[in-house]
Design a protein around this ligand. Structure first.
Ligand code: ZN
Length: 266
Protein backbone atom coordinates (compact mmCIF):
# COMPACT_ATOMS: atom_id res chain seq x y z
CA UNK A 1 0.00 0.00 0.00
CA UNK A 2 1.25 3.37 -0.85
CA UNK A 3 -0.47 6.54 0.14
CA UNK A 4 0.29 10.11 1.00
CA UNK A 5 0.40 11.21 4.60
CA UNK A 6 -2.00 13.89 5.61
CA UNK A 7 0.15 15.05 8.49
CA UNK A 8 3.79 16.02 8.73
CA UNK A 9 6.31 13.46 9.90
CA UNK A 10 9.11 14.07 12.37
CA UNK A 11 11.42 15.06 9.55
CA UNK A 12 8.92 17.69 8.63
CA UNK A 13 7.99 16.44 5.25
CA UNK A 14 5.00 14.76 3.71
CA UNK A 15 5.87 11.25 2.76
CA UNK A 16 4.90 7.95 1.31
CA UNK A 17 4.46 4.94 3.51
CA UNK A 18 3.88 1.35 2.62
CA UNK A 19 5.21 -2.17 2.43
CA UNK A 20 7.18 -3.76 -0.36
CA UNK A 21 6.80 -7.53 -0.56
CA UNK A 22 9.81 -9.06 -2.21
CA UNK A 23 10.86 -12.43 -3.43
CA UNK A 24 14.51 -13.36 -3.69
CA UNK A 25 15.45 -16.21 -6.00
CA UNK A 26 18.74 -18.08 -5.94
CA UNK A 27 20.10 -18.06 -9.50
CA UNK A 28 23.53 -19.60 -8.85
CA UNK A 29 23.92 -23.28 -8.00
CA UNK A 30 24.13 -22.49 -4.27
CA UNK A 31 23.66 -19.76 -1.72
CA UNK A 32 25.23 -19.88 1.72
CA UNK A 33 24.76 -17.08 4.20
CA UNK A 34 26.38 -18.13 7.43
CA UNK A 35 24.88 -17.91 10.87
CA UNK A 36 28.33 -17.50 12.35
CA UNK A 37 27.77 -20.76 14.23
CA UNK A 38 29.28 -23.96 13.10
CA UNK A 39 28.61 -27.34 14.47
CA UNK A 40 30.97 -30.20 15.04
CA UNK A 41 28.98 -33.18 16.12
CA UNK A 42 30.26 -36.21 17.89
CA UNK A 43 29.12 -39.14 15.79
CA UNK A 44 30.55 -42.00 17.83
CA UNK A 45 30.15 -42.19 21.57
CA UNK A 46 33.52 -41.94 23.30
CA UNK A 47 33.19 -45.17 25.28
CA UNK A 48 36.85 -45.81 25.55
CA UNK A 49 37.78 -42.29 26.54
CA UNK A 50 40.04 -43.41 29.43
CA UNK A 51 41.99 -45.59 27.06
CA UNK A 52 42.32 -42.77 24.53
CA UNK A 53 43.55 -40.35 27.16
CA UNK A 54 45.98 -42.89 28.52
CA UNK A 55 47.49 -43.63 25.13
CA UNK A 56 47.74 -39.89 24.46
CA UNK A 57 49.60 -39.43 27.74
CA UNK A 58 52.00 -42.16 26.74
CA UNK A 59 52.84 -40.16 23.66
CA UNK A 60 50.83 -41.86 20.91
CA UNK A 61 48.28 -39.39 19.60
CA UNK A 62 45.01 -41.22 18.96
CA UNK A 63 43.24 -40.51 15.69
CA UNK A 64 39.97 -38.85 16.70
CA UNK A 65 38.78 -37.94 13.22
CA UNK A 66 36.35 -40.82 13.10
CA UNK A 67 34.63 -39.55 16.20
CA UNK A 68 33.64 -36.18 14.78
CA UNK A 69 31.64 -35.14 11.75
CA UNK A 70 33.32 -32.62 9.44
CA UNK A 71 32.87 -28.94 10.20
CA UNK A 72 29.44 -27.85 9.03
CA UNK A 73 28.50 -24.22 8.53
CA UNK A 74 24.82 -23.65 9.16
CA UNK A 75 22.46 -21.03 7.81
CA UNK A 76 20.22 -19.04 10.15
CA UNK A 77 16.97 -20.71 11.16
CA UNK A 78 13.77 -19.50 12.66
CA UNK A 79 11.08 -22.04 13.53
CA UNK A 80 12.91 -24.62 11.41
CA UNK A 81 12.93 -22.43 8.33
CA UNK A 82 16.09 -21.12 6.75
CA UNK A 83 16.22 -17.35 6.92
CA UNK A 84 18.42 -14.50 5.82
CA UNK A 85 18.52 -11.79 8.49
CA UNK A 86 16.95 -8.46 7.56
CA UNK A 87 20.24 -6.78 8.52
CA UNK A 88 22.05 -8.78 5.82
CA UNK A 89 19.51 -7.70 3.20
CA UNK A 90 19.77 -4.11 4.38
CA UNK A 91 23.55 -4.28 4.10
CA UNK A 92 23.26 -5.54 0.53
CA UNK A 93 20.94 -2.67 -0.45
CA UNK A 94 23.08 -0.12 1.35
CA UNK A 95 26.40 -1.08 -0.26
CA UNK A 96 24.87 -0.97 -3.73
CA UNK A 97 23.41 2.48 -3.10
CA UNK A 98 26.65 3.80 -1.64
CA UNK A 99 28.53 2.57 -4.69
CA UNK A 100 25.95 3.90 -7.14
CA UNK A 101 25.10 7.35 -5.86
CA UNK A 102 27.56 10.09 -6.60
CA UNK A 103 27.51 12.06 -3.37
CA UNK A 104 26.85 9.20 -0.97
CA UNK A 105 29.20 8.54 1.89
CA UNK A 106 30.75 5.15 2.09
CA UNK A 107 29.77 3.70 5.45
CA UNK A 108 29.84 0.02 4.63
CA UNK A 109 31.52 -0.33 1.29
CA UNK A 110 34.73 1.53 2.17
CA UNK A 111 36.43 -1.46 3.76
CA UNK A 112 34.39 -4.27 2.32
CA UNK A 113 36.16 -6.92 0.33
CA UNK A 114 38.44 -4.45 -1.40
CA UNK A 115 41.18 -7.09 -1.28
CA UNK A 116 39.21 -9.37 -3.60
CA UNK A 117 40.18 -8.89 -7.23
CA UNK A 118 36.70 -9.93 -8.33
CA UNK A 119 35.22 -7.24 -6.10
CA UNK A 120 37.55 -4.66 -7.59
CA UNK A 121 36.77 -5.76 -11.12
CA UNK A 122 33.04 -5.33 -10.52
CA UNK A 123 32.93 -2.29 -8.29
CA UNK A 124 36.06 -0.35 -9.18
CA UNK A 125 34.08 2.66 -10.11
CA UNK A 126 34.48 6.22 -11.22
CA UNK A 127 32.56 7.70 -8.30
CA UNK A 128 34.07 10.87 -6.84
CA UNK A 129 36.20 10.59 -3.70
CA UNK A 130 34.39 11.37 -0.44
CA UNK A 131 36.05 14.81 -0.33
CA UNK A 132 34.11 15.80 -3.44
CA UNK A 133 30.87 15.57 -1.50
CA UNK A 134 28.70 18.49 -0.60
CA UNK A 135 29.27 18.69 3.16
CA UNK A 136 26.15 20.78 3.75
CA UNK A 137 23.90 17.94 2.66
CA UNK A 138 22.97 14.77 4.47
CA UNK A 139 24.07 11.84 2.37
CA UNK A 140 20.96 10.56 0.53
CA UNK A 141 21.67 6.94 1.50
CA UNK A 142 22.01 7.78 5.21
CA UNK A 143 18.85 9.86 4.93
CA UNK A 144 17.00 6.79 3.64
CA UNK A 145 18.61 3.96 5.63
CA UNK A 146 19.83 5.86 8.70
CA UNK A 147 23.19 6.09 10.41
CA UNK A 148 24.38 6.46 13.98
CA UNK A 149 22.56 9.77 14.43
CA UNK A 150 19.66 9.35 12.07
CA UNK A 151 16.76 6.90 12.18
CA UNK A 152 16.15 4.67 9.18
CA UNK A 153 12.97 5.36 7.23
CA UNK A 154 12.98 1.75 6.09
CA UNK A 155 12.90 -1.51 8.02
CA UNK A 156 13.77 -4.89 6.60
CA UNK A 157 12.18 -8.15 7.75
CA UNK A 158 14.12 -11.39 7.69
CA UNK A 159 13.78 -13.21 4.38
CA UNK A 160 12.30 -16.68 4.88
CA UNK A 161 12.95 -19.57 2.53
CA UNK A 162 9.53 -20.62 1.24
CA UNK A 163 10.47 -22.85 -1.68
CA UNK A 164 13.40 -24.94 -2.79
CA UNK A 165 15.96 -27.31 -1.38
CA UNK A 166 18.89 -27.39 1.03
CA UNK A 167 22.13 -29.22 0.33
CA UNK A 168 25.38 -29.50 2.23
CA UNK A 169 28.13 -28.49 -0.15
CA UNK A 170 31.73 -29.50 0.42
CA UNK A 171 34.17 -26.63 -0.03
CA UNK A 172 37.75 -27.39 0.97
CA UNK A 173 36.73 -30.21 3.28
CA UNK A 174 34.09 -28.24 5.17
CA UNK A 175 30.36 -28.43 4.62
CA UNK A 176 28.20 -25.41 3.89
CA UNK A 177 24.45 -25.64 4.29
CA UNK A 178 23.20 -24.07 1.07
CA UNK A 179 19.97 -23.19 -0.68
CA UNK A 180 20.12 -24.59 -4.18
CA UNK A 181 19.31 -22.88 -7.46
CA UNK A 182 15.64 -21.94 -7.79
CA UNK A 183 15.09 -21.66 -4.04
CA UNK A 184 12.93 -18.71 -3.09
CA UNK A 185 12.87 -16.44 -0.07
CA UNK A 186 10.19 -13.96 0.87
CA UNK A 187 10.49 -10.81 2.91
CA UNK A 188 9.06 -7.38 3.52
CA UNK A 189 10.32 -3.86 3.63
CA UNK A 190 8.31 -1.29 5.54
CA UNK A 191 8.91 2.34 4.62
CA UNK A 192 7.62 5.64 5.82
CA UNK A 193 8.14 9.36 5.20
CA UNK A 194 9.62 8.71 1.80
CA UNK A 195 9.76 11.05 -1.13
CA UNK A 196 8.91 9.41 -4.44
CA UNK A 197 12.55 9.65 -5.42
CA UNK A 198 13.60 7.78 -2.25
CA UNK A 199 11.14 4.99 -2.98
CA UNK A 200 12.86 4.78 -6.36
CA UNK A 201 16.25 4.69 -4.62
CA UNK A 202 15.12 1.80 -2.42
CA UNK A 203 13.93 -0.16 -5.48
CA UNK A 204 17.21 0.57 -7.22
CA UNK A 205 19.12 -0.75 -4.20
CA UNK A 206 17.29 -4.06 -4.60
CA UNK A 207 18.66 -4.25 -8.14
CA UNK A 208 15.30 -3.52 -9.76
CA UNK A 209 15.49 -1.89 -13.19
CA UNK A 210 12.89 -0.87 -15.75
CA UNK A 211 12.89 -3.05 -18.81
CA UNK A 212 10.15 -2.99 -21.44
CA UNK A 213 7.96 -0.97 -19.06
CA UNK A 214 8.33 -3.67 -16.41
CA UNK A 215 10.42 -4.05 -13.28
CA UNK A 216 13.12 -6.64 -13.55
CA UNK A 217 15.68 -7.67 -10.93
CA UNK A 218 19.32 -7.78 -11.95
CA UNK A 219 21.71 -10.42 -10.66
CA UNK A 220 23.32 -9.43 -7.35
CA UNK A 221 26.03 -11.08 -5.28
CA UNK A 222 25.50 -12.00 -1.64
CA UNK A 223 26.81 -14.43 0.93
CA UNK A 224 29.82 -16.70 1.23
CA UNK A 225 32.19 -17.28 -1.72
CA UNK A 226 30.42 -14.73 -3.92
CA UNK A 227 33.73 -13.42 -5.26
CA UNK A 228 35.69 -16.66 -5.15
CA UNK A 229 33.48 -19.55 -6.28
CA UNK A 230 31.11 -19.13 -9.21
CA UNK A 231 28.78 -21.80 -7.89
CA UNK A 232 27.79 -19.48 -5.04
CA UNK A 233 26.11 -16.23 -4.23
CA UNK A 234 23.93 -15.02 -7.09
CA UNK A 235 20.39 -13.88 -6.42
CA UNK A 236 17.68 -11.78 -8.01
CA UNK A 237 14.87 -9.83 -6.37
CA UNK A 238 11.38 -9.29 -7.69
CA UNK A 239 8.32 -7.52 -6.33
CA UNK A 240 5.31 -9.69 -5.52
CA UNK A 241 2.88 -6.98 -6.60
CA UNK A 242 4.57 -4.56 -8.96
CA UNK A 243 2.79 -1.28 -9.64
CA UNK A 244 3.13 1.51 -12.14
CA UNK A 245 3.88 3.85 -9.19
CA UNK A 246 7.07 1.89 -8.50
CA UNK A 247 8.21 2.18 -12.11
CA UNK A 248 7.57 5.92 -12.00
CA UNK A 249 9.48 6.27 -8.72
CA UNK A 250 12.44 4.30 -10.05
CA UNK A 251 12.58 6.36 -13.25
CA UNK A 252 12.29 9.54 -11.22
CA UNK A 253 15.27 8.44 -9.09
CA UNK A 254 17.36 7.46 -12.10
CA UNK A 255 16.70 10.72 -13.92
CA UNK A 256 17.70 12.80 -10.92
CA UNK A 257 20.65 10.81 -9.55
CA UNK A 258 22.04 9.23 -12.72
CA UNK A 259 23.35 6.37 -10.53
CA UNK A 260 26.23 4.13 -11.52
CA UNK A 261 25.32 0.55 -12.35
CA UNK A 262 27.44 -2.56 -12.04
CA UNK A 263 27.33 -5.89 -13.76
CA UNK A 264 27.72 -8.38 -10.92
CA UNK A 265 27.95 -11.40 -13.21
CA UNK A 266 31.50 -12.66 -13.39
ZN1 ZN B 1 25.75 8.10 3.99
Amino acid sequence: MQRSHTQYTERNSLGLEGILELEMEVVSDYLHIGSGVYDIEIIKPLENIDQLVESALKGSIPNLNNYFSPVTHEMNKYLDKVIIPGSTIKGLVRTRLELSIRDACFIISRNANSSSSTYRRIFNNPRPRPTDRFPQRVCPVCDLLGNSGLASKVSFSDFVMTQGKIEYVNVNGQYYESSVKGSKFKGKVVYRSLKTIELGMLLYGFGLRVKDRKLEGKVMLIGRFKYSDRRFGRIRFSLLSPKQDYINALEDFMRTFRPFDYNEEW
